[in-house]
Design a protein around this ligand. Structure first.
Ligand code: URA
Length: 215
C-alpha cells in the first residue's frame, strides 16, 4: 500500500522544512522546483550557487543575468568576467570560493530580441532568502561577501546602505561575518574611464580583505 508520505505533495517553497538531506546537491535539486515567488515562470531555470562545500568564503551576487539564466551557472556573463578579473588581481582563485546569488531566478522584461534585467523586489528577495540561508548553513563560510544592495539586503535581512558599510568585516548577531562591497555590474555601468578605474581599484581592495580569509 502507498505510504502517507508518498501521497503528500512535495512543498515547492524555499522554506521546505520536510527535507532532511544535508548535501548541497540535494538542496540544488530542491531549489530547481522552487515556486516561492513568481520569477520561476519566465526564467529558464533556477541558478543555484556553485563552489566547494568547504569554501571559507561565500560570495553573494544579486540574481542571474541573461547568460546565467541560459547556462544555469552564476556569474558567467559580463559581470562574471569582471568578477573573475578582480578576483584574480586580488589573488583569489575563483574555484576556491562558493559563488551564489540572493535571488536565484532571472528577472527581466522582454525588449525585442533582448531580455532586460530588472532589479528584484523585496518580496522576491525575502522569498529566496531561505535558499541562501540553507546554502550558508551547509558551507559554513568564515566570511560572506555581499556584492551590491540586493545581496546586502538578503545577507543582513534588511536594507543596508552599501556605501556606508562596504570594505570592512561586520559581525552579525547570528555569528555570520560579512564584507559588503559593490556589485561588479556597477563597475560596468560607470560612464567615464576615470571613475571605472578608481571603482575597480576599490573593488579589488575589498577583495584583498576577502583574500585574507581564504583557507
Ligand atoms: N549578476 C549577478 O548578480 N549574478 C550573476 O550570477 C550574474 C550577474
Amino acid at each position: 500500500p502507498q505510504r502517507r508520505e508518498d501521497i503528500v505533495p512535495r512543498s515547492h517553497t524555499a522554506s521546505d522544512e520536510h527535507s532532511n538531506d544535508n548535501s548541497l546537491t540535494a538542496l540544488r535539486d530542491e531549489a530547481a522546483d522552487c515556486r516561492a515567488c513568481a520569477l520561476w515562470k519566465d526564467a529558464t531555470q533556477t541558478v543555484f550557487g556553485e563552489g566547494p562545500k568547504q569554501a571559507s568564503v561565500m560570495m553573494v551576487g544579486e540574481q542571474p543575468g541573461d547568460k546565467e539564466d541560459l547556462a544555469g551557472k552564476p556569474f558567467v556573463g559580463p559581470a562574471g568576467q569582471m568578477l573573475d578579473k578582480a578576483l584574480k588581481e586580488a589573488g583569489i582563485v575563483r574555484d576556491k570560493v562558493y559563488v551564489t546569488n540572493a535571488v536565484k531566478h532571472f528577472k527581466f522584461v522582454p525588449r525585442g530580441k533582448f531580455r532586460l534585467h530588472q532589479k528584484p523586489a523585496t518580496p522576491e528577495i525575502k522569498a529566496c532568502r531561505p535558499w541562501y540561508e540553507r546554502e550558508k548553513a551547509l558551507v559554513q563560510p568564515e566570511l560572506v561577501v555581499a556584492m551590491g544592495a540586493t545581496a546586502a539586503q538578503s545577507v543582513f535581512g534588511k536594507i543596508v546602505p552599501v556605501g556606508k558599510t562596504r570594505g570592512r568585516v561586520i559581525d552579525l548577531e547570528d555569528g555570520t561575518r560579512v564584507l559588503v562591497t559593490v556589485h561588479p555590474s556597477y563597475l560596468l555601468r560607470l560612464p567615464d574611464e576615470d571613475a571605472r578605474l578608481r571603482e575597480y581599484a576599490n573593488f579589488v581592495a575589498d577583495l584583498r580583505i576577502v583574500a585574507a580569509h581564504l583557507s
